[in-house]
Ligand binder design. Structure first.
Ligand code: SAM
Length: 166
């Protein structure tokens, strides 16, 4: 469920949070230790940042660190209401370990994320990956864009951005 050997580095966290100040609302998926959350919190107002983290210990810690943001201690696909009324320019920032999630979690999670991107022309999902391939396959009218590569991370990570057909 974690899919990483170490928390995201400062360089990766900064790169993942880039542009968050221009989004109407930001949802972070799989915040873990809060390394990326810290950078997001510097760029957007707390009431415009929501965090989803199913690990109860990590979620408790995040609530302590970011007391003014909404923090849901569940899996992303278990909180569809959070994604229901987002602004057109909402940003999803994900550390979800797609390659190690069980099938019964991956399928509804991808369906949820594609649905969100489909309902706002300026919505984006930012995701990092350690692999050369895209984090998950998408229908032909969605597109993964390669963004920067962050070498100062263990292991080095590539950032991808997914946009939809909206
Ligand atoms: C790679 S780790 C987090 C890395 C994070 N950037 C950090 O620096 O700590 C992935 C996180 O995703 C969480 N996670 C796993 N499955 C999830 C799901 N279905 N929805 C939301 N979060 C999930 C795990 O609990 C874990 O904290």
């Amino acid at each position: 469920m974690v899919g990483a050997v170490a928390p995201s580095s400062k360089g990766l966290a900064r790169a993942m949070a880039r542009g968050a100040d221009q989004a109407g609302f930001v949802i972070e998926l799989g915040a873990g230790t809060g390394a990326i959350t810290r950078e997001l919190a510097q760029r957007c107002r707390p009431e415009r940042l929501a965090i989803v983290e199913p690990d109860p210990t990590a979620a408790r810690r995040l609530r302590h660190l970011f007391p003014h943001s909404l923090i849901l201690a569940c899996c992303a696909h278990e909180a569809p209401e959070l994604f229901a009324s987002l602004p057109d320019d909402a940003l999803l920032v994900s550390s979800l370990p797609f390659r190690s999630l069980p099938d019964h979690v991956i399928a509804p999670t991808i369906e949820l994320l594609l649905g969100v991107l489909n309902h706002g022309s300026r919505r984006r999902l930012v995701q990092y990956t350690y692999h050369p391939r895209a984090p998950f396959d998408v229908p032909h009218d969605f597109k993964w864009h390669r963004r920067e590569r962050v070498l100062r991370n263990l292991p080095p990570a590539g950032i991808r951005e997914l946009t939809g057909r909206a």
